[in-house]
Ligand binder design. Structure first.
Ligand code: NDP
Length: 488
Protein backbone atom coordinates (compact mmCIF):
# COMPACT_ATOMS: atom_id res chain seq x y z
CA UNK A 1 0.00 0.00 0.00
CA UNK A 2 2.03 2.98 -1.17
CA UNK A 3 0.27 4.65 -4.06
CA UNK A 4 -1.83 7.39 -2.58
CA UNK A 5 -3.93 7.41 -5.73
CA UNK A 6 -4.89 3.76 -5.27
CA UNK A 7 -8.58 3.08 -5.41
CA UNK A 8 -10.25 0.18 -3.65
CA UNK A 9 -13.64 -0.99 -4.81
CA UNK A 10 -16.33 -3.19 -3.35
CA UNK A 11 -15.94 -6.95 -3.60
CA UNK A 12 -19.13 -8.47 -4.94
CA UNK A 13 -19.59 -11.87 -6.55
CA UNK A 14 -15.87 -12.59 -6.56
CA UNK A 15 -14.75 -9.40 -8.28
CA UNK A 16 -14.06 -5.75 -7.65
CA UNK A 17 -16.91 -3.43 -8.62
CA UNK A 18 -17.32 0.30 -8.14
CA UNK A 19 -20.20 1.59 -6.05
CA UNK A 20 -23.06 2.74 -8.24
CA UNK A 21 -22.93 6.27 -6.81
CA UNK A 22 -19.31 6.66 -7.94
CA UNK A 23 -18.49 8.09 -4.50
CA UNK A 24 -15.27 7.36 -2.65
CA UNK A 25 -13.98 7.98 0.87
CA UNK A 26 -10.39 8.15 2.08
CA UNK A 27 -8.66 5.71 4.37
CA UNK A 28 -5.51 7.06 5.98
CA UNK A 29 -2.63 5.87 8.13
CA UNK A 30 -3.67 6.97 11.66
CA UNK A 31 -0.04 7.77 12.53
CA UNK A 32 1.11 9.75 9.53
CA UNK A 33 -2.12 10.78 7.85
CA UNK A 34 -0.80 9.28 4.60
CA UNK A 35 -3.63 8.51 2.21
CA UNK A 36 -3.62 4.75 1.82
CA UNK A 37 -6.49 4.43 -0.60
CA UNK A 38 -9.73 5.92 -1.76
CA UNK A 39 -12.46 3.44 -1.09
CA UNK A 40 -15.67 3.01 -3.02
CA UNK A 41 -18.67 3.92 -0.85
CA UNK A 42 -21.57 1.49 -0.98
CA UNK A 43 -25.15 2.66 -1.06
CA UNK A 44 -28.37 0.70 -0.91
CA UNK A 45 -28.18 -0.41 -4.56
CA UNK A 46 -24.72 -1.88 -3.92
CA UNK A 47 -25.91 -3.65 -0.79
CA UNK A 48 -28.77 -5.08 -2.88
CA UNK A 49 -26.25 -6.36 -5.43
CA UNK A 50 -24.07 -7.94 -2.73
CA UNK A 51 -27.07 -9.61 -1.10
CA UNK A 52 -28.26 -10.89 -4.49
CA UNK A 53 -24.80 -12.37 -5.17
CA UNK A 54 -24.74 -13.98 -1.74
CA UNK A 55 -28.25 -15.36 -2.27
CA UNK A 56 -27.35 -16.79 -5.67
CA UNK A 57 -24.23 -18.46 -4.25
CA UNK A 58 -26.08 -19.95 -1.29
CA UNK A 59 -27.55 -23.07 -2.95
CA UNK A 60 -24.32 -24.56 -4.30
CA UNK A 61 -22.34 -23.55 -1.19
CA UNK A 62 -24.69 -25.15 1.29
CA UNK A 63 -24.98 -28.22 -0.94
CA UNK A 64 -21.25 -28.84 -0.59
CA UNK A 65 -20.21 -31.32 2.06
CA UNK A 66 -18.72 -29.94 5.24
CA UNK A 67 -15.43 -31.55 4.30
CA UNK A 68 -15.34 -29.63 1.02
CA UNK A 69 -16.21 -26.32 2.67
CA UNK A 70 -13.67 -27.01 5.39
CA UNK A 71 -10.97 -27.75 2.82
CA UNK A 72 -11.43 -24.30 1.28
CA UNK A 73 -11.42 -22.57 4.67
CA UNK A 74 -8.29 -24.49 5.56
CA UNK A 75 -6.57 -23.36 2.38
CA UNK A 76 -7.55 -19.80 3.23
CA UNK A 77 -6.03 -20.13 6.70
CA UNK A 78 -2.80 -21.32 5.06
CA UNK A 79 -2.83 -18.36 2.69
CA UNK A 80 -3.22 -16.00 5.64
CA UNK A 81 -0.16 -17.56 7.23
CA UNK A 82 1.79 -17.34 3.97
CA UNK A 83 0.87 -13.65 3.71
CA UNK A 84 1.44 -13.00 7.40
CA UNK A 85 3.93 -10.16 6.99
CA UNK A 86 1.94 -8.42 4.31
CA UNK A 87 -1.33 -8.63 6.24
CA UNK A 88 0.31 -7.60 9.51
CA UNK A 89 1.71 -4.54 7.78
CA UNK A 90 -1.65 -3.71 6.25
CA UNK A 91 -3.33 -3.83 9.68
CA UNK A 92 -0.57 -1.61 11.06
CA UNK A 93 -0.95 0.91 8.25
CA UNK A 94 -4.74 1.07 8.24
CA UNK A 95 -5.40 0.73 11.98
CA UNK A 96 -2.30 2.29 13.58
CA UNK A 97 -1.64 -0.89 15.53
CA UNK A 98 1.98 -1.57 16.51
CA UNK A 99 3.69 -3.94 14.09
CA UNK A 100 4.93 -5.82 17.15
CA UNK A 101 1.30 -6.90 17.74
CA UNK A 102 -0.35 -7.43 14.39
CA UNK A 103 1.33 -10.64 13.14
CA UNK A 104 0.10 -12.65 16.10
CA UNK A 105 -2.90 -10.75 17.46
CA UNK A 106 -4.45 -10.08 14.08
CA UNK A 107 -3.17 -12.43 11.38
CA UNK A 108 -2.54 -15.56 13.44
CA UNK A 109 -5.80 -15.04 15.28
CA UNK A 110 -7.69 -14.83 11.98
CA UNK A 111 -5.87 -17.86 10.57
CA UNK A 112 -6.47 -19.89 13.73
CA UNK A 113 -10.16 -19.10 13.47
CA UNK A 114 -10.38 -20.20 9.84
CA UNK A 115 -8.45 -23.36 10.64
CA UNK A 116 -10.64 -24.15 13.63
CA UNK A 117 -13.91 -23.74 11.74
CA UNK A 118 -12.47 -25.57 8.73
CA UNK A 119 -12.31 -28.56 11.06
CA UNK A 120 -15.75 -27.95 12.51
CA UNK A 121 -17.48 -27.68 9.12
CA UNK A 122 -17.74 -31.42 8.75
CA UNK A 123 -18.94 -32.10 12.27
CA UNK A 124 -22.16 -30.12 12.43
CA UNK A 125 -24.58 -32.78 13.52
CA UNK A 126 -28.21 -33.14 14.42
CA UNK A 127 -29.93 -35.31 17.06
CA UNK A 128 -31.88 -38.53 16.84
CA UNK A 129 -34.35 -39.95 19.37
CA UNK A 130 -36.96 -42.71 19.45
CA UNK A 131 -40.31 -41.21 20.52
CA UNK A 132 -44.03 -41.96 20.39
CA UNK A 133 -44.04 -44.87 17.99
CA UNK A 134 -41.50 -43.32 15.69
CA UNK A 135 -38.46 -41.20 15.92
CA UNK A 136 -37.34 -37.70 15.22
CA UNK A 137 -34.16 -36.24 13.98
CA UNK A 138 -32.99 -32.67 13.69
CA UNK A 139 -31.28 -31.03 10.75
CA UNK A 140 -29.00 -28.12 11.51
CA UNK A 141 -29.36 -26.00 8.38
CA UNK A 142 -27.60 -22.78 7.40
CA UNK A 143 -29.55 -19.61 8.07
CA UNK A 144 -28.96 -18.21 4.60
CA UNK A 145 -27.27 -14.89 3.95
CA UNK A 146 -25.43 -13.42 6.94
CA UNK A 147 -24.81 -9.67 7.19
CA UNK A 148 -21.72 -8.95 9.27
CA UNK A 149 -20.57 -5.53 10.48
CA UNK A 150 -17.14 -4.92 11.98
CA UNK A 151 -15.42 -2.45 14.29
CA UNK A 152 -12.06 -0.84 13.52
CA UNK A 153 -9.87 -2.21 16.30
CA UNK A 154 -9.35 -5.77 14.96
CA UNK A 155 -10.50 -5.54 11.35
CA UNK A 156 -9.03 -8.74 9.91
CA UNK A 157 -9.67 -10.75 13.04
CA UNK A 158 -13.30 -9.62 13.18
CA UNK A 159 -13.78 -10.43 9.48
CA UNK A 160 -12.49 -13.95 10.19
CA UNK A 161 -14.29 -14.43 13.50
CA UNK A 162 -17.60 -13.62 11.78
CA UNK A 163 -17.16 -15.21 8.37
CA UNK A 164 -15.42 -18.47 9.33
CA UNK A 165 -18.24 -20.00 11.44
CA UNK A 166 -20.89 -18.60 9.09
CA UNK A 167 -19.21 -20.11 6.03
CA UNK A 168 -18.39 -23.38 7.77
CA UNK A 169 -22.08 -23.82 8.52
CA UNK A 170 -23.01 -23.26 4.87
CA UNK A 171 -24.12 -19.63 4.94
CA UNK A 172 -22.96 -16.93 2.57
CA UNK A 173 -21.77 -13.58 3.88
CA UNK A 174 -21.92 -9.86 3.17
CA UNK A 175 -19.35 -8.15 5.38
CA UNK A 176 -19.05 -4.43 6.05
CA UNK A 177 -15.82 -3.35 7.73
CA UNK A 178 -15.58 -0.09 9.65
CA UNK A 179 -14.98 2.78 7.27
CA UNK A 180 -11.81 3.55 9.26
CA UNK A 181 -10.21 0.18 8.44
CA UNK A 182 -11.57 -1.09 5.13
CA UNK A 183 -8.48 -2.65 3.57
CA UNK A 184 -7.73 -6.01 5.17
CA UNK A 185 -11.21 -7.45 4.54
CA UNK A 186 -10.70 -6.85 0.83
CA UNK A 187 -7.40 -8.70 0.94
CA UNK A 188 -9.12 -11.52 2.82
CA UNK A 189 -11.69 -11.76 0.04
CA UNK A 190 -8.97 -11.89 -2.63
CA UNK A 191 -7.18 -14.66 -0.75
CA UNK A 192 -10.48 -16.49 -0.25
CA UNK A 193 -10.96 -16.55 -4.01
CA UNK A 194 -7.41 -17.88 -4.41
CA UNK A 195 -8.27 -20.56 -1.85
CA UNK A 196 -11.16 -21.68 -4.01
CA UNK A 197 -14.10 -19.97 -2.33
CA UNK A 198 -16.83 -19.75 -4.96
CA UNK A 199 -17.82 -16.29 -6.19
CA UNK A 200 -20.57 -14.62 -4.17
CA UNK A 201 -19.97 -16.65 -1.01
CA UNK A 202 -18.07 -13.81 0.68
CA UNK A 203 -18.83 -10.23 -0.34
CA UNK A 204 -17.31 -7.05 1.08
CA UNK A 205 -19.23 -3.79 1.05
CA UNK A 206 -17.53 -0.62 2.22
CA UNK A 207 -19.21 2.34 3.78
CA UNK A 208 -20.44 4.11 6.87
CA UNK A 209 -23.21 3.50 9.37
CA UNK A 210 -25.89 3.84 6.70
CA UNK A 211 -24.39 0.87 4.83
CA UNK A 212 -24.53 -1.15 8.05
CA UNK A 213 -28.10 -0.03 8.55
CA UNK A 214 -29.02 -1.13 5.03
CA UNK A 215 -27.74 -4.60 5.94
CA UNK A 216 -29.71 -4.71 9.21
CA UNK A 217 -32.90 -3.69 7.40
CA UNK A 218 -32.44 -5.86 4.35
CA UNK A 219 -35.17 -8.41 3.75
CA UNK A 220 -32.70 -10.63 1.88
CA UNK A 221 -30.47 -11.04 4.92
CA UNK A 222 -31.26 -13.71 7.49
CA UNK A 223 -28.94 -12.77 10.32
CA UNK A 224 -26.85 -9.84 11.46
CA UNK A 225 -23.65 -10.14 13.43
CA UNK A 226 -22.20 -6.87 14.72
CA UNK A 227 -19.06 -5.95 16.56
CA UNK A 228 -19.37 -2.38 17.70
CA UNK A 229 -20.50 0.00 20.40
CA UNK A 230 -23.49 -0.61 22.65
CA UNK A 231 -25.55 2.20 21.07
CA UNK A 232 -24.95 0.78 17.62
CA UNK A 233 -25.95 -2.64 18.94
CA UNK A 234 -29.32 -1.32 20.07
CA UNK A 235 -29.93 0.34 16.69
CA UNK A 236 -28.95 -2.81 14.80
CA UNK A 237 -31.24 -4.94 16.93
CA UNK A 238 -34.14 -2.54 16.39
CA UNK A 239 -33.52 -2.45 12.64
CA UNK A 240 -33.18 -6.24 12.46
CA UNK A 241 -36.55 -6.57 14.19
CA UNK A 242 -38.28 -5.19 11.09
CA UNK A 243 -37.62 -8.52 9.35
CA UNK A 244 -37.26 -10.68 12.48
CA UNK A 245 -33.58 -11.45 11.86
CA UNK A 246 -31.58 -13.06 14.60
CA UNK A 247 -28.66 -10.99 15.86
CA UNK A 248 -25.30 -11.64 17.43
CA UNK A 249 -23.90 -8.56 19.13
CA UNK A 250 -20.32 -8.13 20.37
CA UNK A 251 -20.45 -4.76 22.08
CA UNK A 252 -18.49 -2.62 24.48
CA UNK A 253 -17.53 -3.09 28.09
CA UNK A 254 -16.13 -1.60 31.27
CA UNK A 255 -14.74 -4.76 32.71
CA UNK A 256 -13.45 -5.35 36.24
CA UNK A 257 -10.08 -6.86 37.09
CA UNK A 258 -9.95 -7.90 40.75
CA UNK A 259 -6.57 -8.34 42.45
CA UNK A 260 -6.70 -10.00 45.86
CA UNK A 261 -4.10 -9.59 48.58
CA UNK A 262 -2.68 -13.10 48.02
CA UNK A 263 -2.13 -12.62 44.28
CA UNK A 264 1.25 -13.02 42.65
CA UNK A 265 1.74 -9.29 42.21
CA UNK A 266 4.12 -9.52 39.26
CA UNK A 267 1.57 -11.63 37.41
CA UNK A 268 -1.20 -9.30 38.46
CA UNK A 269 0.71 -6.35 37.06
CA UNK A 270 1.28 -8.27 33.80
CA UNK A 271 -2.45 -8.95 33.70
CA UNK A 272 -3.31 -5.31 34.33
CA UNK A 273 -0.95 -4.20 31.55
CA UNK A 274 -2.47 -6.70 29.10
CA UNK A 275 -5.90 -5.58 30.27
CA UNK A 276 -5.29 -1.91 29.54
CA UNK A 277 -2.49 -1.02 27.14
CA UNK A 278 -2.41 -3.61 24.36
CA UNK A 279 -3.52 -1.97 21.07
CA UNK A 280 -3.21 1.35 22.96
CA UNK A 281 -6.23 0.38 25.02
CA UNK A 282 -8.60 0.04 22.06
CA UNK A 283 -9.92 -3.38 23.10
CA UNK A 284 -13.50 -4.16 24.05
CA UNK A 285 -12.67 -6.68 26.78
CA UNK A 286 -10.20 -4.44 28.59
CA UNK A 287 -10.23 -4.64 32.38
CA UNK A 288 -10.17 -0.91 32.92
CA UNK A 289 -11.62 -0.98 36.43
CA UNK A 290 -8.73 -2.49 38.37
CA UNK A 291 -9.89 -3.29 41.91
CA UNK A 292 -6.83 -3.84 44.10
CA UNK A 293 -6.98 -5.05 47.70
CA UNK A 294 -6.04 -2.09 49.88
CA UNK A 295 -3.27 -4.04 51.64
CA UNK A 296 -1.34 -4.54 48.37
CA UNK A 297 -2.38 -1.42 46.48
CA UNK A 298 0.83 0.54 47.14
CA UNK A 299 3.04 -2.40 46.20
CA UNK A 300 0.94 -3.06 43.10
CA UNK A 301 1.17 0.56 41.98
CA UNK A 302 4.92 0.66 42.50
CA UNK A 303 5.46 -2.42 40.32
CA UNK A 304 2.92 -1.18 37.78
CA UNK A 305 4.50 2.25 37.36
CA UNK A 306 7.96 0.73 36.93
CA UNK A 307 6.67 -1.27 33.97
CA UNK A 308 4.42 1.39 32.44
CA UNK A 309 7.44 3.73 32.36
CA UNK A 310 9.16 1.30 30.01
CA UNK A 311 6.37 1.22 27.41
CA UNK A 312 7.56 2.85 24.22
CA UNK A 313 5.21 5.19 22.42
CA UNK A 314 6.08 5.51 18.76
CA UNK A 315 5.44 4.99 15.11
CA UNK A 316 3.51 1.72 14.85
CA UNK A 317 5.79 0.76 11.94
CA UNK A 318 8.76 0.53 14.33
CA UNK A 319 9.36 -2.94 15.72
CA UNK A 320 10.01 -1.67 19.25
CA UNK A 321 6.83 0.41 19.53
CA UNK A 322 4.42 -0.69 22.27
CA UNK A 323 1.87 2.11 21.98
CA UNK A 324 0.73 3.55 18.66
CA UNK A 325 -1.70 6.34 17.76
CA UNK A 326 -5.38 6.40 18.48
CA UNK A 327 -7.41 5.25 15.48
CA UNK A 328 -8.29 8.85 14.55
CA UNK A 329 -7.76 12.39 15.86
CA UNK A 330 -11.46 12.50 16.76
CA UNK A 331 -11.24 9.37 18.86
CA UNK A 332 -7.97 10.63 20.36
CA UNK A 333 -9.74 13.79 21.50
CA UNK A 334 -12.47 11.72 23.17
CA UNK A 335 -9.83 9.80 25.11
CA UNK A 336 -8.02 13.04 26.08
CA UNK A 337 -11.34 14.48 27.29
CA UNK A 338 -11.79 11.42 29.52
CA UNK A 339 -8.31 11.96 30.95
CA UNK A 340 -9.25 15.58 31.74
CA UNK A 341 -12.45 14.31 33.36
CA UNK A 342 -10.35 11.99 35.50
CA UNK A 343 -8.06 14.81 36.57
CA UNK A 344 -10.85 17.27 37.30
CA UNK A 345 -13.06 14.60 38.85
CA UNK A 346 -10.73 13.89 41.75
CA UNK A 347 -8.82 10.83 40.56
CA UNK A 348 -5.10 10.84 41.31
CA UNK A 349 -2.94 10.74 38.18
CA UNK A 350 -0.15 8.26 38.88
CA UNK A 351 1.53 8.17 35.48
CA UNK A 352 0.86 9.32 31.92
CA UNK A 353 -2.07 11.52 31.11
CA UNK A 354 -0.51 13.51 28.27
CA UNK A 355 -0.54 13.55 24.50
CA UNK A 356 2.95 13.18 23.06
CA UNK A 357 4.47 14.03 19.69
CA UNK A 358 6.12 11.30 17.62
CA UNK A 359 8.63 12.15 14.90
CA UNK A 360 7.22 11.74 11.42
CA UNK A 361 3.73 11.08 12.77
CA UNK A 362 2.23 14.55 12.99
CA UNK A 363 -1.25 13.36 12.17
CA UNK A 364 -1.43 10.82 14.98
CA UNK A 365 -2.80 11.40 18.46
CA UNK A 366 -0.42 9.48 20.72
CA UNK A 367 -1.49 9.21 24.35
CA UNK A 368 0.71 8.07 27.20
CA UNK A 369 -0.43 4.93 29.00
CA UNK A 370 -2.32 6.49 31.88
CA UNK A 371 -3.01 5.21 35.37
CA UNK A 372 -5.39 6.89 37.79
CA UNK A 373 -5.43 5.88 41.45
CA UNK A 374 -7.91 6.80 44.19
CA UNK A 375 -10.78 6.28 41.78
CA UNK A 376 -14.32 5.95 43.06
CA UNK A 377 -17.25 4.09 41.59
CA UNK A 378 -19.17 7.22 40.69
CA UNK A 379 -16.47 8.76 38.47
CA UNK A 380 -17.05 9.20 34.75
CA UNK A 381 -13.76 7.45 33.91
CA UNK A 382 -14.84 4.48 36.02
CA UNK A 383 -18.30 4.19 34.48
CA UNK A 384 -17.88 4.82 30.79
CA UNK A 385 -15.99 2.87 28.14
CA UNK A 386 -13.01 5.01 27.13
CA UNK A 387 -11.43 2.74 24.49
CA UNK A 388 -7.98 4.18 25.09
CA UNK A 389 -4.96 3.61 27.35
CA UNK A 390 -6.57 4.70 30.60
CA UNK A 391 -6.59 2.49 33.71
CA UNK A 392 -8.62 3.29 36.82
CA UNK A 393 -7.36 1.76 40.07
CA UNK A 394 -9.94 1.29 42.82
CA UNK A 395 -9.30 0.04 46.32
CA UNK A 396 -11.30 -2.67 48.15
CA UNK A 397 -11.04 -4.68 51.35
CA UNK A 398 -13.84 -7.23 51.25
CA UNK A 399 -14.75 -9.97 48.77
CA UNK A 400 -18.52 -9.44 48.86
CA UNK A 401 -18.03 -5.70 48.51
CA UNK A 402 -15.80 -5.99 45.46
CA UNK A 403 -18.18 -8.41 43.74
CA UNK A 404 -21.05 -6.00 44.18
CA UNK A 405 -19.01 -3.06 42.92
CA UNK A 406 -17.58 -5.03 40.00
CA UNK A 407 -21.12 -5.94 38.90
CA UNK A 408 -22.40 -2.40 39.26
CA UNK A 409 -22.28 -1.64 35.54
CA UNK A 410 -24.61 -1.89 32.57
CA UNK A 411 -21.93 -3.96 30.81
CA UNK A 412 -21.01 -7.63 31.20
CA UNK A 413 -18.30 -8.38 28.68
CA UNK A 414 -15.29 -9.64 30.63
CA UNK A 415 -13.76 -9.96 34.10
CA UNK A 416 -10.52 -11.12 35.66
CA UNK A 417 -9.46 -12.34 39.10
CA UNK A 418 -5.93 -12.65 40.44
CA UNK A 419 -5.53 -14.77 43.56
CA UNK A 420 -3.58 -17.84 44.66
CA UNK A 421 -6.69 -19.16 46.44
CA UNK A 422 -8.37 -21.20 43.71
CA UNK A 423 -11.47 -21.82 45.79
CA UNK A 424 -11.96 -18.09 46.05
CA UNK A 425 -11.13 -17.61 42.38
CA UNK A 426 -13.94 -19.90 41.23
CA UNK A 427 -16.35 -18.57 43.87
CA UNK A 428 -15.81 -14.99 42.77
CA UNK A 429 -15.93 -15.81 39.06
CA UNK A 430 -19.24 -17.55 39.76
CA UNK A 431 -20.65 -14.28 41.08
CA UNK A 432 -19.25 -11.91 38.45
CA UNK A 433 -21.68 -10.83 35.73
CA UNK A 434 -19.46 -11.22 32.69
CA UNK A 435 -19.40 -13.44 29.63
CA UNK A 436 -15.63 -13.95 29.36
CA UNK A 437 -13.58 -14.49 32.53
CA UNK A 438 -9.94 -15.11 33.30
CA UNK A 439 -8.33 -16.45 36.45
CA UNK A 440 -4.73 -15.29 36.84
CA UNK A 441 -4.57 -14.03 33.25
CA UNK A 442 -6.25 -11.41 31.11
CA UNK A 443 -7.30 -10.87 27.48
CA UNK A 444 -6.17 -14.22 26.19
CA UNK A 445 -8.76 -15.42 23.65
CA UNK A 446 -8.00 -18.91 22.31
CA UNK A 447 -10.23 -19.82 19.40
CA UNK A 448 -11.51 -22.91 21.25
CA UNK A 449 -13.03 -20.78 24.05
CA UNK A 450 -16.46 -19.15 23.65
CA UNK A 451 -16.19 -15.36 23.41
CA UNK A 452 -19.07 -12.97 24.04
CA UNK A 453 -20.66 -10.65 26.54
CA UNK A 454 -23.82 -10.54 28.59
CA UNK A 455 -25.99 -7.67 29.88
CA UNK A 456 -25.28 -4.52 27.84
CA UNK A 457 -22.24 -6.10 26.22
CA UNK A 458 -24.04 -8.25 23.77
CA UNK A 459 -25.84 -11.36 22.70
CA UNK A 460 -24.33 -14.60 21.46
CA UNK A 461 -20.87 -16.13 21.29
CA UNK A 462 -18.06 -16.04 18.81
CA UNK A 463 -15.30 -18.66 18.53
CA UNK A 464 -15.62 -22.26 19.78
CA UNK A 465 -18.34 -24.68 18.72
CA UNK A 466 -20.85 -22.34 20.38
CA UNK A 467 -20.43 -19.87 17.52
CA UNK A 468 -21.82 -22.43 15.08
CA UNK A 469 -25.10 -22.50 16.99
CA UNK A 470 -25.62 -18.89 15.94
CA UNK A 471 -25.24 -19.73 12.27
CA UNK A 472 -27.64 -22.67 11.94
CA UNK A 473 -31.34 -23.17 12.46
CA UNK A 474 -32.69 -26.46 13.65
CA UNK A 475 -35.34 -28.25 11.65
CA UNK A 476 -37.12 -31.06 13.56
CA UNK A 477 -38.38 -34.03 11.56
CA UNK A 478 -40.74 -36.64 13.03
CA UNK A 479 -40.84 -39.98 11.22
CA UNK A 480 -43.79 -42.33 11.85
CA UNK A 481 -43.13 -46.06 11.96
CA UNK A 482 -46.63 -47.48 11.75
CA UNK A 483 -50.27 -46.80 11.05
CA UNK A 484 -51.67 -43.54 12.31
CA UNK A 485 -54.30 -43.79 15.02
CA UNK A 486 -56.49 -40.88 13.83
CA UNK A 487 -59.49 -39.89 16.00
CA UNK A 488 -61.58 -38.95 12.93
P1 NDP B 1 -19.34 1.53 16.17
O1 NDP B 1 -20.47 0.99 16.93
O2 NDP B 1 -19.25 2.98 15.95
O3 NDP B 1 -19.27 0.87 14.71
C1 NDP B 1 -19.25 -0.53 14.54
C2 NDP B 1 -19.66 -0.85 13.12
O4 NDP B 1 -21.05 -0.56 12.96
C3 NDP B 1 -18.94 -0.03 12.06
O5 NDP B 1 -18.74 -0.79 10.90
C4 NDP B 1 -19.94 1.09 11.81
O6 NDP B 1 -19.74 1.70 10.57
C5 NDP B 1 -21.24 0.35 11.88
N1 NDP B 1 -22.41 1.15 12.19
C6 NDP B 1 -22.46 2.38 12.74
N2 NDP B 1 -23.75 2.76 12.90
C7 NDP B 1 -24.53 1.74 12.43
C8 NDP B 1 -25.94 1.53 12.33
N3 NDP B 1 -26.83 2.42 12.76
N4 NDP B 1 -26.37 0.36 11.81
C9 NDP B 1 -25.48 -0.59 11.41
N5 NDP B 1 -24.15 -0.43 11.46
C10 NDP B 1 -23.67 0.72 11.97
O7 NDP B 1 -18.04 0.97 16.89
P2 NDP B 1 -16.53 1.29 16.58
O8 NDP B 1 -16.19 0.86 15.20
O9 NDP B 1 -16.24 2.68 16.99
O10 NDP B 1 -15.79 0.25 17.54
C11 NDP B 1 -15.63 0.47 18.89
C12 NDP B 1 -16.71 -0.24 19.69
O11 NDP B 1 -16.76 -1.60 19.33
C13 NDP B 1 -16.41 -0.19 21.18
O12 NDP B 1 -17.58 0.06 21.91
C14 NDP B 1 -15.93 -1.60 21.46
O13 NDP B 1 -16.10 -1.98 22.78
C15 NDP B 1 -16.73 -2.40 20.51
N6 NDP B 1 -16.07 -3.66 20.25
C16 NDP B 1 -16.59 -4.82 20.78
C17 NDP B 1 -15.92 -6.02 20.61
C18 NDP B 1 -16.49 -7.30 21.14
O14 NDP B 1 -16.10 -8.36 20.64
N7 NDP B 1 -17.36 -7.29 22.13
C19 NDP B 1 -14.65 -6.10 19.92
C20 NDP B 1 -14.22 -4.84 19.36
C21 NDP B 1 -14.91 -3.67 19.56
P3 NDP B 1 -18.70 2.93 10.45
O15 NDP B 1 -17.48 2.59 11.23
O16 NDP B 1 -18.42 2.95 9.03
O17 NDP B 1 -19.41 4.10 11.01
Amino acid sequence: MTASSEQKLLWIDGAYVAAKSGEFFDTVNPATGELLAQVSKAGEADIDAAVAAARAALGPWKAMSGVERGRILHRLSQLLREHRDELARLEMLDGGKPIAETPEADVDSGADCLEYFAGQASSIQGEYQEVDGGFFYTRPEPLGVVGAIGAWNYPLQIACWKSAPALAAGNTVVFKPSELTPLSALRLAELAKEAGLPDGVLNIVQGFGDAGQALSHHAGIDKISLTGGADTGKKVMADAASTLKTVSLELGGKSPLVIFDDADLDNAVSGALLANFFTQGEICTNGTRVFVHESVREAFLEKLVARVEKLKIGNPADADTDVGPMISPEHGQIVLDYIEAGKSGGAKLVIGGEQVAVDGCDHGVFIQPTVFDACTDDMKIVNEEIFGPVMSVLSFTDEAEVIERANNTEFGLAAGVFTRDLERAHRVIGELEAGICWINHYNITPIEMPFGGIKGSGIGKENSRRALEHYVRIKSVFVARGAIDAPY
